[in-house]
Design a protein around this ligand. Structure first.
Ligand code: APR
Ligand code: PHB
Length: 389
């Protein structure tokens, strides 16, 4: 089989890239090792920046997002009794959209079937070959038979654990990583949110986040030690901890109920440079990971895909190489700024016992400054809504 671009991975990055290239008349095959249901079963963050909203609109796939999504013009930072409002709309002129990544993926999947975008699910043994040549190819196994896909380019959209980044020789790239000494315990429940906007709370007991999927489905997180086990956190213990950390106002309004999903996830910051090797391009989690504090994961995948799709379309339509030759540096410029924001908000809002009392007082002093400074709140707001492409 032969195609212009093989995309490895049918998560948000792979599907968005596939749609953008397919719509431009570029032949694409997307290879995914899980089933469509499995991909949809993943619970992920749910805050869309303008770049993601615009991409879905550009693909005429934004109707359900605009209908069912919640436009949020601000969010809160909480410390103890104090709530600091970050007025995104007033400070930047932009809002964000609360709409689950699962729903974004579902919209992209449904359209792939109706628009003839080829996605092959449940493939095995995906391997990349000759990525430094102008005729790379991918081999994989499907329904007990081995297959080969020849292409002009390969797009690695296969997430942090996929084979694409691994196909780049160690000597050709560099990884930058920070592992945080805690995880997020997340709970999903069909209860109304405790506030109209998201609340990121810092507390002596640890960080907490009050988020939502709709006005009837809430998503909450508490910072936990990496040694914590899910079985030691019955729902009641989570609700009690959330009440303590989110402060009296949120606690007063909190509706509790049985969890429909519960999980503990570690936090890391990670960037692999460069995001291109030969005719393999990396996009999304395959190239970078952010702690979820800044809600940047999906939105960075979107900006990578916006840059990469334009570069590949320029190559195939105009024979120009400038886009593909500058893709890595262009994408990384935005990646590093989002990594910085996600890291800084994580460092501000979480408990670091090793930082001691002085470290805690630095966090409290910074929040005090943010509460009193429009400039400080503007810095947070413009990073949260997303820097321009
Ligand atoms: N072969 C084929 N597909 C693979 C392989 C493989 N060997 N390994 C991984 N994949 C698939 C995964 O099953 C997944 O569906 O690649 C896809 C990668 O999708 P994501 O991990 O969702 O990454 P991405 O599309 O970059 O989206 C980034 O997803 O993980 C969240 O927080 C992250 O919100 C961010 C978003
Ligand atoms: C979520 O709703 O899952 C969510 C929202 C904002 C974040 C992280 C997760 O920063």
């Amino acid at each position: 089989m032969k195609t212009d671009v093989v995309i490895v991975g049918a998560g948000p990055a792979g599907l968005m890239l596939g749609h953008l290239l397919h719509r431009a008349g570029i032949s694409v095959v997307i290879l995914e090792n899980k089933s469509a249901d499995y991909v949809l079963s993943r619970i992920r963050a749910g805050v869309l920046e303008k770049v993601t909203i615009d991409l879905l609109d550009e693909l005429d796939l934004g109707a359900r997002m605009h209908k069912e999504g919640l436009a949020h013009k601000g969010f809160f930072l909480a410390d103890g009794d104090r709530l600091i409002h970050i007025d995104l709309q007033a400070l930047t002129g932009h809002a964000v959209m609360v709409y689950g990544q699962t729903e974004v993926t579902r919209d992209l999947m449904d359209a792939a079937a109706s628009r003839g975008l080829e996605v092959i699910y449940e493939v095995e043994n995906v391997a990349l070959h000759d990525i430094e040549s102008d005729a790379p190819h991918v081999t994989f196994r499907k329904d007990g038979a081995d297959h080969r896909l020849d292409a002009r380019f390969i797009a690695g959209c296969d997430g942090f654990h996929g084979p694409s980044r691994q196909a780049i020789p160690d000597s050709a790239g560099k990884a930058y990583e920070k592992i945080y000494p805690f995880g997020w315990l997340g709970i999903l429940a069909d209860v109304p949110p405790c506030a109209d906007e998201l609340i990121y709370a810092t507390h002596d007991r640890g960080f907490a986040l009050a988020s939502m999927r709709s006005m009837t489905r809430s998503r909450y997180y508490v910072q936990v030690d990496l040694s914590e086990r899910l079985e030691d956190w019955p729902d009641e213990r989570i609700w009690d901890e959330l009440r303590l950390r989110l402060g009296p106002e949120a606690s007063e309004r909190m509706t509790t109920g049985p969890s429909i999903e519960k999980s503990i996830a570690p936090l890391r910051s990670f960037v692999f440079e460069p995001m291109r090797h030969g005719n393999l391009f990396l996009a999304g989690d395959a190239a970078h990971i952010v702690p979820p504090t800044g809600a940047k994961g999906l939105n960075l995948a979107s900006s990578d895909v916006a840059y990469l799709s334009r570069a590949l379309i320029r190559f195939f339509k105009d024979g120009r190489r400038d886009g593909i030759d500058t893709y890595s540096q262009t994408a990384l410029a935005r990646v590093w700024k989002s990594e910085r924001f996600s890291w800084s908000l994580t460092m501000l809002m979480h408990r670091f016992p090793e930082g001691g009392d002085f470290g805690r007082r630095m966090q409290i002093a910074e929040l005090e400054y943010i509460a009193g400074s429009t400039a400080a709140r503007t810095v947070i707001a413009e990073n949260y809504v997303g820097l321009p492409l």
